[in-house]
Design a protein around this ligand. Structure first.
Ligand SMILES: Nc1ncnc2c1ncn2[C@@H]1O[C@H](COP(=O)(O)OP(=O)(O)OP(=O)(O)O)[C@@H](O)[C@H]1O
Ligand SMILES: [Mg+2]
Length: 164
């Protein structure tokens, strides 16, 4: 399969699910490249703004997604690049966002999620996962070595979450 066709094969987590078939869903497929980071951030911020989030909460969603896309850019395809999917939908009064790559995957997810762990070092403090986790209500990682990584984030506006 050519590289281009391969990028259009449904992703493992985002899959052929109807993210974009309802009124409130999108799937973005792009190259895992630094130049696309700002693109993903803008799309997600515009999407989150559909719910009654505060500006600060929109910023939180944006930062969390940004860290996960940055991870796909930096870690998923060592020495090369490949596709990254960002999919979003509105569920249970909040936004659900999945960031997925088909890269090298993570052998020990628990260790990778620990604050201060980085397989790279240098400029990388190893805090991407813990920072992202602190900004959203749910952060789940599903990863298999050699297959890729899926991160599912969920956040509900605090205003709406309060009992009525
Ligand atoms: N999409 C991914 N594909 C492969 N490995 C990943 C991916 N995302 C994270 N990892 C692994 O998990 C580790 C921890 O990620 P985390 O974002 O917390 O820290 P970091 O990216 O190394 O540093 P920082 O985010 O602080 O710059 C990474 O060092 C890497 O080994
Ligand atoms: Mg990171």
């Amino acid at each position: 399969m050519s590289e281009i066709q391969d990028a259009h094969r449904p992703a493992r987590c985002v899959g052929p699910e109807p993210w974009a078939s309802g009124p409130d869903g999108f799937v973005l497929v792009m190259a895992a490249a630094p130049a696309n980071l700002a693109f993903a951030r803008s799309v997600v911020a515009a999407f989150a703004a559909r719910l009654p989030f505060t500006l600060e909460e929109v910023e939180d969603v944006k930062l969390a997604v940004s860290e996960m896309v940055a991870n796909a850019v930096v870690h998923a395809y060592p020495g090369g690049t490949g596709p990254v999917w960002v999919a979003g939908r509105i569920r249970d009064g909040g936004v659900e966002i999945v960031v997925e790559d088909r890269g090298v995957g993570i052998a020990d997810v628990e260790k990778a999620r620990r604050a201060g762990y980085s397989s790279l070092g240098g400029d990388h403090l190893g805090i991407g996962f813990s920072v992202a986790e602190s900004y959203v209500d749910v952060l789940e990682v599903d990863s298999s070595p050699g297959e890729g990584t899926c991160v599912r984030l969920f956040k509900r506006p605090a205003l709406q979450a309060a009992p009525s």
